[in-house]
Design a protein around this ligand. Structure first.
Ligand SMILES: NC(=O)C1=CN([C@@H]2O[C@H](COP(=O)(O)OP(=O)(O)OC[C@H]3O[C@@H](n4cnc5c(N)ncnc54)[C@H](O)[C@@H]3O)[C@@H](O)[C@H]2O)C=CC1
Ligand SMILES: O=C(O)CCC(=O)C(=O)O
Length: 425
């Protein structure tokens, strides 16, 4: 794979939306006649900013800012998660929605791209306050969501519980039970088996396919995971079950390392009782910033954007970076890793397992007919394998990084749809 030009964009100044635009600029020369339509990729179709007021438990009124962005709907309804985090910005939600467009197209799901978020630290709200926040937000964005318009799902800070509240609020507002309005719901209200672990499982499959390509055995390999939430902990468990050794893990509370291996199931119990990996007694505490540079075969960033930058990319000691998170690597760091021969399996493929099983959930909800977990996992693995194999081939043929190759596949699908739909009038 040939290296691409070093980027002038510094991680200090670049925001998530600019990162996405830089990624689109890199793919444009490979789009042939479809480049005529590339501006479509650079503009979200629709942005909704909402005020979300709630009553706190002590009777005060608090206001939060919420967003729902439809980046694109050429290939189907918008689809993507909802983030509850204190640093959520419109630029971030725009980028996250655009990455959904690319991801859904890269794996061939019949969706456009959307994403939502509320700037809130959910750890500071009681369960009652969180429920009121989620319900009010759902009503506020109710105009633009729906099973055939835009289907939210979990992202950072939200999970099955919030999806149940969203489904119930939407259902109340439209007067009928509507499971297909959200995915990632609890099984009891129309959720899918396998969705909980699907993103982490997809990360594992992507890692295994990339490893096969370079003759690297997963069994006995070392894995480092940044972020031990839905994606990170599932990925760690599945790697561990496949015989890999998880040697370092971090989350917002801190980082721990044990070169002899950490049992992610045991770590999960520690996190469940103490709220984070900090203080895990069977590993050594290390500075959180060091986790990305611990020697390993697989590095799985599974937290937030802009973690691998031009500052630490030289020190990354992994053979393969598998992006569980969205946007963890800035373009300048992509170039450095490429230069150093570190393979980066990009977010838009590596973490597509979540939305893939969301798609299965949506299909099951429409049919009111539910599949077994074995069927779901097998279909997930097949789709992830096929998608990464196709992207790998493009990367070889065009001599580009896997990220640019994934964008070539995805942008071609999105813009082909645009060219067929035409412009009105
Ligand atoms: N939940 C899903 O199905 C999908 C999630 N993703 C992406 O995966 C990433 C993680 O999402 P989830 O696991 O769902 O979120 P989560 O809320 O379940 O977990 C986030 C984890 O990241 C940790 N974290 C936060 N800031 C950190 C920091 N500065 N350093 C280290 N760890 C930090 C948190 O402590 C927590 O362990 C996000 O980028 C998200 O967009 C991508 C595809 C699907
Ligand atoms: O499951 C989904 O619909 C979306 C998951 C998501 O937000 C993502 O892939 O980044």
């Amino acid at each position: 794979m040939k290296s691409e030009p070093l980027s002038y964009l510094s991680s200090e100044t670049i925001g998530p939306w600019e990162i996405y635009l830089a990624q689109v600029d890199r793919v444009t020369p490979y789009l042939g006649k479809l480049a005529y339509w590339v501006e479509d990729l650079k503009r979200p179709k629709r942005i909704l900013i909402v005020d979300v007021p709630i009553h706190t438990d002590d009777g005060a009124v608090l206001h939060f800012e919420g967003y729902r962005v439809h980046h694109n709907t050429f290939r189907g309804p918008a689809k993507g998660g909802v983030r509850f985090h204190q640093d959520v910005t419109l630029s971030e939600v725009m980028a996250l929605s655009a990455w959904m467009t690319i991801k859904n197209a890269a794996v061939g799901l019949p969706y456009g791209g959307g994403k939502g978020g509320i700037r809130v630290d959910p750890r500071k709200l009681s369960p009652g306050e969180l429920e009121r926040l989620t319900r009010r937000y759902t009503s506020e964005i109710g105009l633009i969501i729906g099973p055939d318009k835009d289907i939210p799902a979990p992202d950072v800070g939200s999970g099955a519980r919030e999806m149940a509240w969203m489904m119930d609020t939407y259902s109340m507002n439209v007067g009928r039970t509507t499971p297909g309005v959200v995915t990632g719901k609890p099984i009891a209200v129309g959720g899918s088996l396998g969705r909980q672990d699907a993103t982490g499982r997809g990360v594992f499959v992507a890692a295994a396919v990339a490893a096969e390509k370079i003759g690297l055995p997963v069994e006995g390999s070392r894995v480092v995971v940044q972020g031990f939430g839905n994606v990170g902990n599932a990925a760690a468990r599945i790697f561990h079950e496949a015989g890999a050794k998880v040697v370092a893990v971090s989350d917002v509370t801190g980082a721990v390392r044990n070169d002899g291996g950490i049992d992610p199931h045991d770590l999960l119990q520690h996190v469940a009782s103490l709220g984070g990996v900090k203080g895990y007694p069977k590993a050594e505490a290390i500075p959180a910033s060091e986790v990305l540079t611990v020697p390993c075969e697989f590095l799985v960033p599974a937290a937030l954007e802009k973690q691998i930058t031009e500052k630490n990319a030289w020190q990354v000691q992994a053979k393969i970076v598998v992006e569980g998170a969205n946007g963890p690597t800035v373009p300048a760091a992509d170039d450095i890793l490429n230069e150093r021969g570190v393979i980066v399996v990009p977010d838009v493929i590596a973490n597509a397992g979540g939305v893939t099983v969301s798609y299965f959930e949506w299909v099951q909800d429409f049919n009111s007919f539910f599949w077994t977990e074995a069927e779901i996992n097998a279909r997930l693995e097949r789709l992830m394998r096929q998608s990464l194999e196709a992207v790998w081939q493009v990367a070889q043929d065009k001599k580009v990084s896997l990220r640019t190759a994934a964008y070539i596949v995805a942008a071609t699908r999105v813009l082909e749809a645009r060219s067929l739909l035409g412009l009105y009038p």
